[in-house]
Every structure is written in structure tokens, then in C-alpha cells.
Ligand binder design. Sequence first.
Ligand code: FE
Ligand code: FE
Ligand code: ZN
Length: 282
Amino acid sequence: MFRIGYHVSSSGGYLAMGRRAVRRGANTFAYFTRNPRGGAVKALDEKDISDFRSYCEENGVEQIVAHAPYTLNPCAEKENVRVFAKMVLTEDLGRMEYTPGQFYNFHPGSHVGQGMKKGIETIAALLNRVMWPEMRTTVLFETMAGKGSEVGGSFEEIRELLDRVVLGDKTGVCVDTCHVWDAGYDIENDLDGVLREFDRVIGLDRLKAVHLNNSQSPRGARKDRHAKLTEGKISLEAFARIINHPALMDMPFILETPNDEDGYEKEIAMLKEMFDKVASNS
Ligand code: FE
Ligand code: FE
Ligand code: ZN
């Protein structure tokens, strides 16, 4: 089954998000657990959550990929930034238990001059403090473009992170197509090779979700500037191969392209068309 969605605005609460997604043709979606720049969260509305859960069930909405705020940096050099990261992760993972079985995706962090090894160790140590054995959410490390001192710009760094988290069965990876492209992986001409490399270094069984974005920059630029699917450096044919690849077809695909709601609706319709075409031809 083709799971496709986009990053919806979280205004109006859970049910509003679900409705927004379904209206645009999505059967999954992503949302920020709070203001992307950080900040406080609203109190949970249990009625809204139970309405949302039945709405999702009735409309086949599954495998939702929540996104932590961008400002989260578990391996910052400044202590107050690390304290904030711990507070956000604790609070968000606690809240996610109200919508069990979903993904919590986050950018691993930036080591800001402390070195990659220290960065990886600090991130994993924090996760080991905020995760617990009975939790029902899977925490995903997002593959990054490798901009500045970002952690997670290579499969090896992601592997190092995964190896250090004790509750391994509650962790996984979200591949962002713009980010891996910017990090240098050639998903345009050698998707099979990139996936083989992912499998060799990390293991394809750890791959849980895909952020589907084009990139404004040439491969290897380490810039992280997203583009609409039809407007970046990666061809539409490459996206058709990605969504139809046997190793990827069961993933939730999430658009984080620079679009308004109408733009997302168009990209979703276009991708469904691209998915069906190949599937019905084979
Ligand atoms: Fe992200
Ligand atoms: Fe992303
Ligand atoms: Zn990005």
C-alpha cells in the first residue's frame, strides 16, 4: 500500500490535522510536536485525541511521523540547550503515548566544535535517559545533509548513534531524500547502490520512514535547501524509482517540500499516479 502524506500544520489540534491530511489525499502525515522553534506546548485535550484516533482508523491514516522542533540540540555545548532538549524529548515522548504506535523523528543535533564522537555519545546518552522499555513510540534519527557540524550526515554516524541506544528495538531511521542527496549519496543514478550501502552500514530493517523532498543544490553541496518535487536537482524519474523500490514501498513517505496546501495536494496526486503506473505495468 502506498503511504503518502505531508507536513501538516498542527493548528486546531489533532482531529484538525487528520482532517487536513485526508482532505488533501494523504493517508499519513507529519506534524511538529510543538512550535518548530521550540516553546511550550498546549495541554492535551483527551476528547480531541480520542476523536482523532477514531477518525484515523475510519480513514486509514497510519504511521504518522511526528517531528521534534528544529531547535532541539541534544549535543549542544551550552548546558541550557541540552537541558531544553531533555525537557522537550521527555515531554514529547510522554505525550506521544496518547497516540501509540507512531514515529517520533528528530534531527540528531550539531556538535558545534566538540567533535563528532562527543556529539554522538551525548545524543545517545540523552536518549538512554528519556526512553523507557514500555514506550510505544519508535524514535527515528533523520539522515542529515552534513551542514556545519551536523551529526547524521553519513550512514556511519547514524549507525554509531543506533549502536549506543540501549532500547534498540524502539529506534529507527528516517531517510530524507534532500538530505542524503546533499550529503553526497547518488539517489538519482544509483538508488540500488545507495540502498545497498544503507543495508551494509545500518541494515534496511532499521529504515522506517522517508522524507520525500527535492533539493535546490547539486549533490554533495551539504546545504539542506528543500525544493518542490518538480523543481529541484533530482529528477522526477528518480522519485518514481524511490516510491516504487521494493525496499521502500511500504514506508510512509512524507513531503516537506516548500508548498501550500494546494501544492501538497498536487504533489500527492502526482505521486499516486506515479506509483500506480509502475505497479499496474508490472
Ligand atoms: Fe526533519
Ligand atoms: Fe526532513
Ligand atoms: Zn531538511
